[in-house]
Every structure is written in C-alpha cells, then in structure tokens.
Ligand binder design. Structure first.
Ligand SMILES: [Zn+2]
Length: 116
C-alpha cells in the first residue's frame, strides 16, 4: 500500500531532521542521498518509523490496549478516492474503496489487537 501524501511528508521531515542532526551524513559517515534517491525500501522504513513516532502514546493504558489511551485505536482515513485503514500505532491494515463496507477493516484490526 502506498503511503498518503501526509505520511510521505512526515517521513521526509523526519529524514531532514536526521540530516540536520548529523550534518547530512549517514550512519557510515557518508553523505546522505536526497530523499528521492533513496531506495524504496529505505523510504518505506522512514515512513514506518515516522508513523510509529507520530502514533507514540506516552504511558499507554495496558488494561485497554485497543483504545486511544492504549495506543491501538482503529483509524480510518479517506484518502485519494480510497479508504485507508491503520492502527493508531502505525500498523497499516489495508485499503478499500468508499463503495465497500468498512467491516473488513474492523476484522483486520481485531486480529491485530487480539494478541496485544
Ligand atoms: Zn496497533
């Protein structure tokens, strides 16, 4: 599933912040490539890391993990002509079109949170 424009922008912002801290050098001390020159897997990793950081919940409620306070609430977004489902923790749960019922996303989310 492709990240939304917001998710991509957040990942780029995190990547830029990393570079601002290291003098635009990577972990090997070599110059960091421009965002657009990063391999897709690395862009996806930054996108996932930025999403997890954005979804971080301080002191999550362990008694109710499948809630906003617990950090794992179901999130449904209307994107570019599609519904994007994810967990508050950043785990992506899938996409669908607006003409489809949302029940499948709830089922996927239940499978995600059942073992928390
Ligand atoms: Zn979650």
């Amino acid at each position: 599933m492709l990240p939304t424009a917001d998710q991509q922008a957040r990942a780029r912002t995190a990547y830029t912040a990393y570079g601002a801290t290291t003098g635009n050098l990577n972990h090997l001390g070599k110059p960091m490539p421009a965002w657009d020159d990063l391999p897709p897997t690395i862009q996806q990793a930054w996108t996932a890391a930025a999403a997890a950081a954005a979804a971080y919940t301080r002191n999550p409620d362990p008694q109710f993990p499948a809630s906003l306070a617990g950090g794992h609430a179901l999130v449904l977004e209307y994107g570019d002509c599609e519904i994007l489902a994810s967990c508050q923790c950043g785990q992506r749960l899938g996409t669908s079109t607006p003409d489809r019922p949302l029940d499948d996303h709830a089922t996927t989310w239940e499978r995600h949170v059942i073992n928390l």
